[in-house]
Write a protein that binds this ligand. Structure first.
Ligand code: AMP
Ligand code: ZN
Ligand code: FE
Ligand code: FE
Length: 294
């Protein structure tokens, strides 16, 4: 069959944004509000991809059904390659798959311990306590540096989240601590074992482990299915290289905003994903169903 005669799903996905965070991790808005704001921004199909949790899926899907929007349940799984972090998006996985649950829980516990270590170090120089950080995280949320940033803002130590990330929370800022996480190939295997579709998030982002040809080939061997090519953190010259890698390995390419509400300047729809790419993701997934727009 020639590509032009490939039928596709015929699902009218509309404008698609496949990367967004809620208060279940380090976004500033609830899952419901995430979907409402995507709708207001002209997005027809949105994914919820909180770090290391799937707890926002139900609320997001219910809101999407109410609005007739499409909703792709996902997760942004933490991984690590020689102390540098790698984020692996997992779409439409079974949230109850045992290996996924076990690793996700381990990462979440490590994240709390790591945040406490950072707060202890920062607390030696600034009036910051662990309670201040907890006050900025929703109950059960996946803890991350953004919650420390919000506490620093409230205390008047920095003007906003981005300033906190550029200074005190930067990996060279003097207080940074890594948290343990599985190797990217292991994260890819766990997502596949749960019936999900693994896509490397912002593969060319600074501060994330470098993706060269060898690393990508290894991840493809582990079961990688996609690359998030269109993302503000991938420099334009890196995107052409990523597209070429996707062509070589037959990978799906996506584009997304990585919306965090008021926590980051990223705006819904600043990058989008094609219907063909989302059809391919839905086709490859066996762990969960998307909510289709109507
Ligand atoms: P952590 O995972 O704890 O190392 O924290 C890093 C996370 O903070 C990344 O996933 C970013 O998306 C998120 N983040 C949220 N707001 C910002 C910001 N203003 N600048 C940089 N990173 C941010
Ligand atoms: Zn985040
Ligand atoms: Fe990320
Ligand atoms: Fe993200």
């Amino acid at each position: 069959m020639t590509p032009s005669s490939t039928p596709g799903s015929g699902t009218p996905w509309g404008r698609i944004d496949l990367h967004a965070h809620s208060t279940e991790s380090d976004g500033t808005e609830s899952p419901r509000e995430l979907v409402l704001q995507a709708h207001a921004a002209g997005i027809d199909t949105v994914a919820i991809t909180d770090h290391d949790t799937t707890s926002g899926w139900e609320e997001a899907a219910a809101t999407a059904r109410e609005l007739g929007m499409g909703l792709v349940p996902g997760v942004e799984f933490s991984a690590q390659q020689q102390w540098a972090s790698v984020h692996v998006l997992g779409y439409l996985l079974d949230p109850a798959a045992p290996a996924f649950l076990a690793e996700r829980e381990r990462i979440r516990v490590e994240r709390v311990e790591r945040a406490r270590r950072m707060v202890e170090r920062i607390g030696a120089d600034h009036p910051l306590t662990w309670q201040d950080v907890q006050d900025h995280a929703a109950p059960g949320a996946t803890i991350g540096r953004p919650h420390i940033a919000d506490a620093l803002v409230t205390l008047g130590i920095v003007p906003d989240r981005s300033a906190a990330f550029d200074g005190i929370l930067h990996w060279r800022g003097g207080y940074y601590q890594p948290h343990r996480a599985p190797a990217p190939s292991q994260a890819v295997r766990i997502i596949r074992a749960a019936g999900g579709v693994p896509v490397i998030a912002h593969p060319a982002a600074r501060g994330q482990a470098t993706m060269d040809e060898r690393v990508i080939a290894e991840l493809v061997d582990a079961g990688l299915l996609g690359l998030e090519v269109e993302h503000r953190d991938n420099p334009p010259e890196a995107r052409a290289w990523l597209r070429e890698q996707a062509r070589i390995h037959g990978l799906i390419t996506t584009g997304s905003s990585d919306w965090h509400g008021r926590g980051k300047p990223n705006a819904f729809g600043e990058h989008t994903t094609s219907a063909e790419a989302l059809d391919a993701i839905v086709e490859a997934a066996t762990g969960a169903e998307p909510t289709r727009p109507r």
